[in-house]
Write a protein that binds this ligand. Structure first.
Ligand SMILES: Cc1ncc(COP(=O)(O)O)c(C=O)c1O
Length: 358
């Protein structure tokens, strides 16, 4: 069985194996990783290794802080403005699909939102973005998981810090970290288990949180306490730590970028070669992690999904907002499994080409 789900994603067998052992007993302590108190040395070791590996992979400069939070990226949609803005402040948002629209809807409850640019099947060129005077930050969604659009490069915005939801693409390739004031991502797509939300924030953006933010979700308090305002998601941090080690052993972010390109390339090749499939996204902006496409009608899509399921290819339904087909190809997705899907797509197209012509 191969799962192409939007998340949680598949994990490498060697990581699953380590997790299994650690659930039995961790690090010579005689206790399960699930039983470690968060104030003790054991969790300090797990947390320290997780942060050191994350910093190494992203080449994080000293002035960026790593926060371990909970609540998912969805909670950050509202927490980012609550932590960075006063109610009268303004922030610019680039709308490129379903998830940026959700981020905008949440932020609109607590600040003034200006839409800097709006495009559905492409990344609008930065020259066309309108950033209003006084905007405190500009928000982008690195990968639109429901729409299949991805930023392959992030612009340098000068004085307006870029704030990015990188839930689907953090650690799938190198990024120029100095372009960002803040990055947030939940872990369950490219970094393991659900329950961990990573926030990476430039120090000068701390100290602005509003009084009404619950303490565990206040960036400044979490930065001050080493993300220990309350019990952190210890198990999810442990799993993310194992994924970071695995990524480092697999060629780091350059290796991850090469793999994501090869995986998605296999599917886009079939989409472009076979008339049965169509992808509405501008080719240069197509996502390497969420490949979205359509067949000519609902009956063929139903038949495609049934045939795929029969082959053990699961969770290929498109996001409910858009329908169609979607294959999510996160960090741990083996290339051989994507090749099985590509072969099935070719075969399905060839079998149904006749039916389509009739
Ligand atoms: C780009 C993006 N942002 C945010 C979210 C929401 O993440 P969570 O469910 O962890 O809150 C998702 C979930 O799929 C996503 O793909």
């Amino acid at each position: 069985m191969i799962s192409f789900a939007g998340g949680p994603s598949v994990l490498p067998p060697e990581v699953l194996n380590e997790i299994g052992q650690a659930i039995g007993e961790w690090g010579g302590t005689g206790r399960s990783v699930l039983e470690l108190p968060f104030g003790g040395n054991e969790y300090s070791t797990i947390h320290g290794e997780f942060e050191a590996d994350l910093r190494a992979l992203l080449a994080l400069p000293q002035e960026y802080r790593v926060l371990v939070l909970q609540g998912g990226a969805f909670a950050q949609f509202r927490l980012v403005p609550l932590n960075l803005l006063r109610p009268s402040d303004r922030a610019a948002y680039v709308e490129t699909g379903y998830w940026s629209a959700r981020a905008i809807a949440e932020a609109s409850h607590v600040c003034h939102v200006a839409i800097a640019a709006h495009e559905r099947h492409a990344i609008p060129p930065v020259e066309t973005w309108h950033i209003p005077r006084g905007a405190v930050y500009c928000h982008v969604t690195g990968n639109e998981t429901a729409d299949g659009v991805q930023f392959h490069e992030f612009p340098a915005m000068g004085n307006v810090p870029l704030v990015a939801d990188l839930t689907a693409d953090l650690l799938t390739g190198p990024i120029e970290i100095r372009h960002f004031g803040l990055i947030y991502a939940s872990a369950q797509k490219n970094l393991g288990a659900a329950g961990l939300t990573i926030v990476i924030i430039r120090e000068d953006l701390l100290g602005r949180g509003r009084a009404e933010i619950p303490a565990p979700l206040n960036y400044t308090l979490q930065a001050r306490t080493g993300s220990r305002v309350n019990t952190p998601p210890i198990f999810a941090v442990y799993v993310a730590g194992r994924m970071l080690r695995w990524l480092r052993s697999q060629g780091g972010l350059a290796g991850a970028a090469a793999r994501r390109q090869r995986r998605s390339g296999m599917l886009y090749r079939v989409i472009d070669e076979r008339d049965l499939y169509s992808c509405p996204v501008d080719p240069p902006d197509r996502s390497h992690v969420s490949v979205c496409f359509h067949l000519p009608n609902a009956a063929l899509e139903t038949a495609f999904l049934a045939g795929a399921r029969h082959r053990g290819l699961l969770h290929l339904e498109g996001h409910p907002a858009n329908g169609g087909i979607r294959a999510c190809l996160y960090n741990a997705m083996p290339e051989a499994d994507v090749a099985v899907l590509a072969d099935f797509m070719t075969e399905f197209a060839d079998t149904n080409a006749q039916a389509r012509r009739r």
